[in-house]
Design a protein around this ligand. Structure first.
Ligand code: MG
Length: 199
């Protein structure tokens, strides 16, 4: 039961440092909360944009994950899912990304870096959590359930895909809609009996 969990703008705020990076290179663009899919078109040459993305990825170690990440992923593990963390970035950044996940106590089973995350999805993919409209729409096309955080650049998908303001809301949505059929929330009673039985 594999679930694909995006990293940038799903587990940490990638947009803010990317804005600062582009601004520092002299590109007077809109702040990230106002970005749409085409925010760099006509403002930032593609190669400069990809260089800036790469530089922010290289500096990821300076940034913290979103506050609710640990609980979000623990809830997925509690439901029995295999967590595959994914990111569209260079394989040269595999080790540093792995260390970032470990350093921040992020629960995951595997890390896959790709030039196109869409290639990773298959019939064993239970669901996808991502912010990229391209990735979300592809999941939808394959019939794979998808959700993620709501941003200006993906809000146009809201009539087709449920997106959330916080990871906490996203987690609740997953529990309600994607929890395995035989799974139920642990109760205080069952936790107590577990403790008694294992002592
Ligand atoms: Mg992302």
């Amino acid at each position: 039961m594999a679930v694909f969990i995006d990293i940038g703008n799903t587990l940490w705020n990638f947009g803010a440092p990317l804005y600062v990076k582009l601004y520092s290179k002299g590109y007077n663009i809109l702040p990230s909360r106002l970005w749409d899919c085409y925010f760099t078109k006509g403002f930032v040459p593609d190669d400069e944009f990809y260089n800036a993305i790469n530089e922010v990825h290289e500096e990821q170690n300076n940034y913290k994950p979103y506050a609710y990440v640990k609980e979000f992923l623990k809830n997925l593990k509690d439901m029995g899912y295999t967590i595959i963390a994914t990111s569209n970035k260079s394989h040269e950044l595999y080790f540093s990304t792995y260390k970032w996940l470990e350093k921040n106590n992020i629960i995951f089973d595997d890390l896959i870096l790709s030039d196109d995350k869409r290639k990773l999805f298959n019939k064993n993919t239970e669901f996808v959590v991502d912010d990229s409209p391209i990735v979300l729409e592809h999941a939808l096309k394959l019939g794979i359930p998808a959700t993620g955080l709501l941003f200006n650049w993906n809000k146009y998908l809201m009539d087709k895909i449920t997106l959330h303001k916080t990871l906490k809301h996203c987690s609740q949505f997953i529990k309600t809609n994607f929890a395995p059929k035989n799974w139920r929330l642990p109760t205080r009673e069952s936790e107590n009996s577990y403790l008694i039985n294992t002592r």
